[in-house]
Design a protein around this ligand. Sequence first.
Ligand code: FES
Ligand SMILES: [Fe+2]
Length: 473
Amino acid sequence: MNELSKVTSENISSDVMDRELMVTYPTEAFLSKEYLEAEKKLLWPKIWQMVERETDLPNPGDWMTYDVAEESIVVLRKDDGSLKAFHNVCPHRGRQLVSVPDMLPGKVHDVRGNNRRNFVCGFHGWTFDLEGNNTYILDPQDWGEGALTPEMTCLSEVKVDTWGGYIYINMDPDCIPLKEWMGRAGEILDHFDLAGMRYKWRQWAIYPCNWKVAIEAFLEPYHVAGTHTQLLAYGDYYALSKQYGLHSVSSYDTRDDKFKMSESAGTTRAGKGDDPRVSTYELIRENYETVNYSASTETLVKAASRLVDELPETATPAECIAHWIKSAKADDAARGVIWPEVPPEIKQESGLAWGLWPNQNILHGETFALCYRVRPYGDDPNKCVFESYALERFPEGEEPKTEWVYAEPNGENWGSVLAQDFSNMEFVQKGMKSSGFRGPLPNPHQEQKVINLHRNLADWMEGRGAVTLYHKN
Ligand code: FES
Ligand SMILES: [Fe+2]
């Protein structure tokens, strides 16, 4: 018999995670239709979730739809520059106010437009202004004099706020403020001024796995050695991870003290090998080129390529990183890209990438971010909407014009590293259905972001999928 046994059926506390104890959780969150139905009630209508970048709705009258599970939301920019959001449903007999077809590969990502003055329902013509007030009903006297009140005939409002240049919504009128929701994770990431970055590219796909399997494939670097084997030639991928309440972070760790420095937790770290001038360049170039030109910038890659000319052979990893960052920063400043000043202790704590619960992951730097967002697709727990995008800090006015592009999940569209990740996700979804699968055994040190995803889900899902503790008999 296995010497480890399950000792409690209660969801673990964050303290268990901090102590890095061994835990497991059932597969129902990934596979069960009942669980997916419960998400529609207990999760999506209750949480703060990211809709889009603010820059996509720059002008008064700009609007778009955001759909998740069976909910559809209209978000718009008002004349005073503030944002407003409504449930996308007419209060008369429930037609969608704006018709939103199901997301369709190559065709429909969302519905959006400009110069909106009002919304007219296509069924019986009830009309609403940008505040959501009803401004027109055909034959209101038929209901009886004064029977229809403004509260009965206005649109249902949804909470909307912004953080880091993102528009967020929450359908729960009693929810905590977004700032509180973001917590320490938000405070740390604020140092990186994500709001000052713009889209470099953005792609989406319908992918055959549960949304949790999809986001989990990007939460931890523990899989690099097994999945992205080619990257081991350039650097070590030992990682640590840590819960921050709802959210959580992963960082590169090191077993070798000479590589320990405030820069070494993220992508601006030294490569392995005898000459850090060469290996640091090779590490960042390989990452940049095989992760679809993201997770770094051309400025950083070029500055790294000059290390071998600009530094003596005796340069230590710490000297290489210091010189690299300084020269990349100067190169960027010369073209009008000013880096935010991130204090070293924040840089260290900020690590490599943040899991923003429940469905986002952001790998950040001072001038770039590589991000993921996933959502369920239809009523099938085996499908999800997978989105990834790169942000970058551009000189004013030089940001590229981008829009959501449907891209089949392959190496040509997404780069060879993401293609390797795709090659796992579908088969995790299949594998977990095996009657021989005893349940996940996540790494308590390196995969805390995955554990924390489930711990928080169980809290919102009335205990479904609880993360439980193992201990040695
Ligand atoms: S359902 Fe909208 S006006 Fe009738
Ligand atoms: Fe990966």
